[in-house]
Ligand binder design. Structure first.
Ligand code: ADP
Length: 498
């Protein structure tokens, strides 16, 4: 990266932990933020450990009483200001993410509009997040919702703007303060978000500790003053975070992996087929397949299989593989060489165990020599295969032919995950029956990724615990306190009887 572009983007040369609205001076080790496509150095970032986490948690703890005491309307006003600031800075922030992660600008731009709307959604929702009350003999019961205190939140690299918003917005709206650990592959935009936070929020409400999972992440999950943990990432690390929470008996919410089915019924209207093909393509290739929600198992009915498949192949071949900083829809590169090699291994497994339909090769993009670009890749396979069972996190779609409805339901559910599912049919009765029988937290009928603000987003089975994106999330970030009131003091038990 040229020094000029780094300056244009307003990047700092080095970022420390963000505590009490300030970046701490960096004394220890750093790691490098590099552009995914070109390998160019973007910035140095502090590799935080126990000491930084301690400082951040204590700052969050100090900020908690005053933050909690604000009226919901006052906290909401802060969130609206943050949303305004994100919208104003979006073109800069989306470029930072595009460089850092390798996803196209058209995608990271959408990330920021979703992120801003999350802050606004929870600003609105907290104002009507009421407890409840009821009369009891000679008095009243009031059940109020109280924030936990300091929340430790750990996020992955695929959609940093959305991930930060999904964690910060509900927690802070509900009166908690937070310490967030961004992913070591994609910390830059969360650290840049801190510069906006510093202009808006009281010190200590939002703190960020960049670093590695086993260091900053583990220190955060083990910290005795962290009252609630929230994690998004792989099911493997989710298990570790869950154990850390269990050891300290604090609640843990988890958004984990997925291997979602996308089901095409034979009765689809022929005029809709192109749109369905586009949905299937988008479901599997959005975010380069690096999304827990990706529709990576396509169940395609026998009766329409060949025609649909040839359209799907044409759709995959139409996708432009390009420099992520180009405009318009495109497939950028994967986040890192490590992820690239992982996807390459799965493609090799596919070539030996399944039937390759299209793609399957690394692609070269001029000027992006460090990037791991892949052709959109489609295999025909069975649901039992490793390709269909394991989360690949790359542009790889497994297609499974079906003709028996009961077998379809069995296979669609026969994975360890249960995050999302898509289905396409003109038979609404069948659609509703299928939606009921699918083990998934989100079922999208006739449109994939149909996530609106307020739509619960959470997984069944090994895809997670809890729901984000919705009012219910505020319950995840608060606990109930019951307070009873009596007009007179009544004798309790052993008082003498007169
Ligand atoms: P992905 O598979 O999406 O890369 P991971 O589950 O590996 O996701 O990582 C998600 C987040 O969890 C990252 O911020 C990472 O640093 C963090 N992490 C990894 N290991 C641990 C751990 N042992 N304790 C806490 N956080 C961790």
């Amino acid at each position: 990266m040229t020094v000029e572009l780094a300056k244009d983007l307003g990047l700092s040369e080095v970022y420390g932990a963000f505590v009490d609205n300030q970046f701490k001076p960096v004394k220890g080790a750093v790691f490098h933020a590099t552009a995914a496509a070109t390998g160019e150095h973007l910035a140095d970032i502090a590799r935080c450990g126990g000491e930084d986490v301690e400082a951040a948690v204590l700052a969050a703890e100090r900020a908690f009483p005053d933050w909690k005491s604000l009226q919901p309307e006052q906290r909401a006003a802060y969130l609206h200001k943050l949303a305004d600031a994100i919208e104003s800075a979006a073109s800069r922030l989306m470029m930072i993410d595009t460089l850092d992660i390798g996803r196209g600008l058209w995608e990271t731009g959408i990330d920021y509009s979703i992120a801003a709307s999350q802050y606004r959604y929870f600003a609105a929702a907290i104002v009507t997040h009421e407890g409840f009350g009821r009369p009891i003999p000679n008095g009243y019961l009031v059940a109020k919702r109280e924030p936990y205190g300091v929340c430790g939140q750990i996020i992955p690299w695929n959609v940093p703007a959305i991930m930060a918003a999904l964690k910060i917005a509900p927690a802070v709206a509900a009166g908690n303060t937070v310490v967030i650990k961004p992913d070591e592959n994609a910390s830059l935009s969360t650290l840049e978000l801190c510069k906006l936070v510093a202009q808006i929020f009281p010190p200590g409400v939002i703190n960020v500790v960049p670093g590695f999972g086993e260091e900053a992440g583990a220190a955060l999950t083990a910290h005795p003053r962290v009252a609630k943990l929230a994690f998004t990432g792989s099911s493997e690390i989710g298990r570790i975070v869950s154990v850390a929470g269990a050891n300290r008996l604090v609640p843990v919410s988890l958004e984990l992996g997925g291997k979602s089915p996308n089901i095409v019924f034979p009765d689809v209207d022929p005029v809709d087929v192109d749109a369905i093909v586009d949905n299937v393509t988008f479901a599997s290739m959005y975010c380069n397949g690096q999304s827990c929600l990706a529709g990576t198992r396509l169940f395609l009915h026998d009766a329409i299989y060949d025609d649909f498949m040839s359209k799907l192949v044409a759709s995959m071949k139409r996708i432009r593989i390009a420099n992520p900083t180009d405009a318009g829809p495109l497939l950028g590169c994967l986040i890192s060489p490590k992820q690239g090699r992982r996807v390459q291994e799965y493609i090799a497994i596919g070539k030996s165990q399944a039937s390759l339909v299209t793609g399957g090769e690394r692609a070269v993009v001029a000027g992006c020599d460090a990037g791991w670009f892949f052709e959109p890749t489609v295999f025909e396979t069975s649901n039992e295969s490793r390709l269909a069972q394991e989360e690949i996190f790359g542009p790889v779609l497994s297609v499974i032919r079906w003709n028996d409805y009961e077998r379809l339901i069995h296979d669609a559910n026969d994975v360890r995950y249960g995050l999302a599912a898509g289905l396409y049919t003109t038979n609404m009765a069948k659609a509703l029956e299928t939606a009921d029988r699918l083990q998934a937290g989100n079922v999208w009928i006739n449109n994939y990724f149909n996530l609106a603000n307020g739509s619960p987003f959470g997984g069944f089975k090994e895809s997670g615990i809890g729901s984000e994106f919705c009012r219910e999330t505020l319950n995840m970030y608060t606990h109930l306190k019951a307070i009873t009131m009596q007009g007179r003091v009544n004798p309790a038990w052993f008082a003498p009887v007169h």
